[in-house]
Design a protein around this ligand. Structure first.
Ligand SMILES: [Zn+2]
Length: 113
């Protein structure tokens, strides 16, 4: 379950922001997670709630926005939607689609008091 490691890295980003900006509480966090990162939002929330206990983000609402995966076909150069690493190109039907995005994990919004 890599959600635990991800939740910890999110907390680290929040902690760094808290030190840089001097806020004491986080009310809402919006995360952008690429579809290809294979993150289970329910597991992510569960792990997040566990790791933020007694930190600045204790009780914060975690919102997860999924970014659709996109790939680029090495054969016909089409840019195609991608929800799996092993998929044939929908344009030419050949295998060789390389992921362009969809694996990111980004802190999009941080609402603090
Ligand atoms: Zn193609």
């Amino acid at each position: 379950m890599h959600e635990l490691a991800l939740a910890e890295s999110v907390l680290q980003m929040v902690d760094e922001a808290a030190q840089a900006n001097g806020f004491r509480r986080v009310r809402r966090i919006v995360l952008e997670i690429g579809q290809l990162a294979a993150v289970d939002p329910a597991a992510m929330r569960f792990c997040f709630d566990a790791v933020v206990r007694e930190t600045v983000a204790d009780g914060a609402v975690l919102e997860i926005e999924e970014i659709p995966g996109r790939g680029w076909c090495v054969h016909c150069a089409a840019v195609v939607p991608m929800d799996d690493f092993v998929a044939a190109c929908p344009q030419c039907g050949r295998f060789g689609v390389q992921s362009r995005n969809g694996r990111e994990l980004r802190l999009k919004t941080l609402e603090v008091e």
